[in-house]
Write a protein that binds this ligand. Structure first.
Ligand code: LMR
Length: 399
């Protein structure tokens, strides 16, 4: 008899468990298209040059490892607000936005979830169908009932805009609605500016609360265009939550860096919201880890470094866009009959291939090609070396 007899075995994480399986696979030709991590054409995830410079500067100038404030430094708040909302708007919104420096986008989502569940009058959250596998876990852990809105047509492998709008129009006032700001994970199917305009209108008319998961700024079109959704929703005057991650665009995955922005009416309301956000942070991790945030702050606070960082993000984005084109050609050259040209239209790291769970598992077992069971691939995992092998495997699998 053990106290742990009551512990049941949890299923492995649908995304992160594949990294372990990939590492353990002895096949020298194995290909990892599972977790959303950028790799260059040599299959490496190097530290960005701007990050390296910022770390050197910090190593020479940092004076303490004492605690940060519960929600991080005011400078981090202001710089990340500028990135999210644009410099001009950030200045006018600064008295209304509450920012917390969080451990990654996941930390931001969890703090937001807990704050909303404990302080606002809702316990229903609406997630995109499909969505990032961890959204459900995060919001369930914060005490929410999970509901889904239509987003993607799995036959045409594209955004089902009509069904999406119909769903948004049926969501009750006060419920929380999680939207992907750009580079929709897992489908890569994004909203156009006009479609965001309509979403903003529906949010205003219906009175539900938008929360934008913003993990891929710069990986879709560019830093500013990818921020259209958060910036447009900020104009509505509605309460708004934005969860930023700097894992991908600063390549700071393991440092766990992100930010939660809550748009309030300002004044006394801002003060009350800030006090409760602090409670969520304090009871979860007390105050944020410093190193990753200090890197982001150093880069964004130095015009030359920031310009260089924007160029580094552009070169990651361009590589992903090129690979999308190359993969579509490689599939057609390999004689794959199915039309994969939709890959070119999708944005960011991910594409929904339409492959079934059985096909994903067969790719893993027979070809050592790792994709998520949902059929999601991380396009950035394709390189000049593995592209034709991946296309050949798909030819054998699909004919
Ligand atoms: C992904 O979707 O692969 C990334 O966001 C990594 C993760 O934590 O799941």
């Amino acid at each position: 008899m053990s106290q742990f007899d009551s512990v049941t075995l949890a299923p492995p994480d649908p995304i992160l468990s594949l990294t372990g399986a990939f590492k353990a696979d002895p096949n020298p030709e194995k290909i990892n298209l599972s977790v959303g991590v950028f790799v260059n054409d040599h299959g490496a995830t190097p530290i960005l040059e701007t990050v390296r410079s910022a770390e050197k500067r910090l190593a020479e100038t940092s004076e303490t490892k004492s605690y940060l404030p519960i929600t991080g430094t005011p400078q981090y708040a202001s710089l990340t607000q500028q990135l999210c909302f644009g410099e001009a708007s950030a200045t006018s919104l600064s008295n209304r936005v509450i920012t917390a420096d969080t451990p990654g986008g996941t930390g931001a989502l969890r703090v937001a979830g807990e704050f909303i569940k404990n302080n606002l009058n809702t316990s229903d959250v609406w997630l995109s169908n499909p969505t990032w596998a961890n959204h459900k876990g995060i919001f369930s852990a914060a005490g929410f009932q999970i509901k889904t809105y239509s987003y993607f047509n799995s036959s045409s492998l594209s955004l089902d805009y009509g069904a999406f709008i119909e769903s948004l129009n049926s969501i009750p006032a006060g419920d929380l609605v999680v939207l992907h700001a750009c580079c929709h994970n897992p489908t890569g199917a994004d909203l156009s500016p006009e479609q965001w305009d309509e979403v903003a209108l529906i949010a205003s008319n219906r009175g539900w609360i938008p929360l934008l998961d913003f993990a891929y700024q710069g990986f879709g079109s560019d830093i500013d265009q990818d921020a259209y959704g958060p910036r447009r929703l900020a104009e509505t005057g509605l309460p708004l939550f934005v969860c930023q991650s700097f894992s991908k665009n600063f390549g700071l995955y393991r440092e766990r860096v992100g930010a939660l922005h809550v748009l309030t009416d300002g004044g006394d309301e801002a003060e009350r919201v800030a006090s409760q956000v602090k409670i969520s942070v304090r009871t979860n991790y007390s105050n944020p880890p410093a190193h990753g945030g200090a890197i982001v702050e150093t880069i964004l606070n130095d015009e030359t470094m920031k310009e260089k960082w924007i160029a580094e993000v552009a070169s990651m984005r361009e590589r992903i866009q090129n690979v999308r084109h190359q993969f579509v050609s490689a599939l057609s050259n390999a004689g794959v009959a199915r039309d994969f040209s939709f890959l070119i239209k999708q944005k960011g790291m991910f594409s929904f291939t339409g492959l079934t769970k059985e096909q994903a598992q067969k790719l893993r077992a027979d070809y050592s090609i790792y994709i998520v069971d949902s059929g999601r691939i991380n396009v950035a995992g394709l390189t000049s070396e593995n592209l034709s092998r991946a296309a050949g495997a798909l030819k054998e699998l699909l004919g």
